[in-house]
Design a protein around this ligand. Structure first.
Ligand SMILES: *Cc1c(COP(=O)(O)O)cnc(C)c1O
Length: 360
């Protein structure tokens, strides 16, 4: 087996240890004579896998008892509509903080359901910063405040949780969940597509405070109501069973690493190594305001864009793949989620220095 360091923004690397466990259990899960993907979601084997995954996620994130944990489908993108469908609760107004491309999509979707107040936006700064909280024009009568703690495409990340008083705070954590400890009690809803820091694509994790469940717009499909999934333990329809199982293995892997405090230390160190390499060179650059740089997604550009294709080709020859930046931003992007080993970052940093020596 020859594995590369894959810097893809998502689907992204899985911890190798998790893949090995999955391989061992692939055809016969713990003597059941079945693969997890062949099990009935209502059978006792899968129900035990599903319950354990929730127990482990609750432990890892320290999720309070008054929050429900849902294992859904439809990606973060479906949450862009499920949030207004469920959380408007008769209100017609919601606040959004716009700090990047994903926030923009969330806003476009919310506009189908309500009046969106963009309470703060870094669009004029091309999303290279985060507007100071003191400048936000929050509406105290808004149904909720939505933001994107880590903007995956621009590589810009909040370093603290905004204060919204009694108005529920809702976060699209797709590319930052499980990268560091957070106080779940500060949120009304946290949601994340799995394919960045949780597991394979096809699973979406939603953590929702109980009082926000049960008041959905009733002319909307039953599958878009959180209550449907809460009332049925995320098994109203057939859940993404294999992804749920793999997510459970990832939660246990995080526990073995020492939990989110340990993950945060490693992630901060990995990010610092890469940003230092970029900042200490005149060949590479990252335009994001330093205090808001993402730990997870590190975009960078080469001084001479004509060298982009040589950089990507030679990186690939060195086992460093999927470094091409998002089509809307150009340049390079290294996504360094939990499962990217520190050696992967070290290898990238060495390659970058070596490439600069030859071409700078
Ligand atoms: C990847 C991503 C999405 C889109 O997720 P899907 O699961 O493809 O719908 C949304 N928001 C953020 C912040 C992301 O990183």
């Amino acid at each position: 087996m020859s594995r590369v360091f894959n810097f893809s923004a998502g689907p992204a690397m899985m911890p190798e240890e998790v893949l090995q466990i999955a391989r061992e259990e692939l055809a016969d899960w713990k003597g059941s004579g079945m693969s997890v993907m062949e099990m009935s979601h209502r059978g006792k084997e899968f129900v035990s896998i599903a319950e354990q995954a929730e127990v482990d996620l609750r432990a890892v994130m320290n999720i309070p008892d008054n929050y429900k944990v849902l294992f859904l489908q439809g990606g973060a993108s479906l949450q862009f509509s499920m949030v207004p469908i469920n959380v408007l609760r008769g209100n017609k107004k919601a606040d959004y903080i716009l700090t990047g491309s994903w926030g923009k999509k969330a806003i476009a979707e919310a506009k189908r359901f309500c009046d969106v107040n963009v309470a703060a936006s870094s669009l004029p700064q091309k999303f290279m910063t985060i507007p100071d909280e003191s400048s936000w024009q929050l509406n105290k009568d808004a149904a909720y405040v939505h933001y994107t703690p880590n903007e995956t495409i621009e590589g810009v990340e909040f370093q603290s949780i905004p204060e919204t008083g009694d108005v529920p705070l809702i976060a699209d954590m797709s590319s930052t969940i499980l990268s560091r400890p957070i106080d779940v009690a500060k949120f009304g809803i946290i949601y994340a597509g799995a394919q960045k820091n949780i597991g394979p694509a096809g699973l979406t994790v939603v953590i929702v405070r109980e009082d926000l469940v049960g008041q959905a717009l009733d002319d909307m499909p039953v599958m878009t109501h959180y209550s449907t999934h809460v009332d049925n333990g995320s098994m109203y329809n057939t859940p993404p069973t294999y992804g749920w199982y793999l997510a459970g293995l990832v939660f246990q892997w995080i526990k073995r690493q020492g939990g989110l405090h340990a993950m945060a230390k490693i992630n901060e160190r990995k990010a610092n190594k890469l940003y230092s390499a970029i900042d200490n060179s005149s060949f590479y650059s990252n335009p994001v305001e330093k205090q808001y740089r993402s730990w997870m997604n590190v975009p960078f550009i080469l001084a001479n864009a004509d060298l982009d294709s040589a950089f990507l080709r030679e990186a690939k020859d060195n086992g460093l793949v999927t470094l091409k930046g998002h089509r809307s931003v150009g340049g390079m992007r290294a996504s360094i989620y939990n499962a990217m080993p520190e050696e992967g970052v070290d290898a990238l940093v060495s390659f970058m220095a070596e490439f600069e020596r030859r071409n700078g």
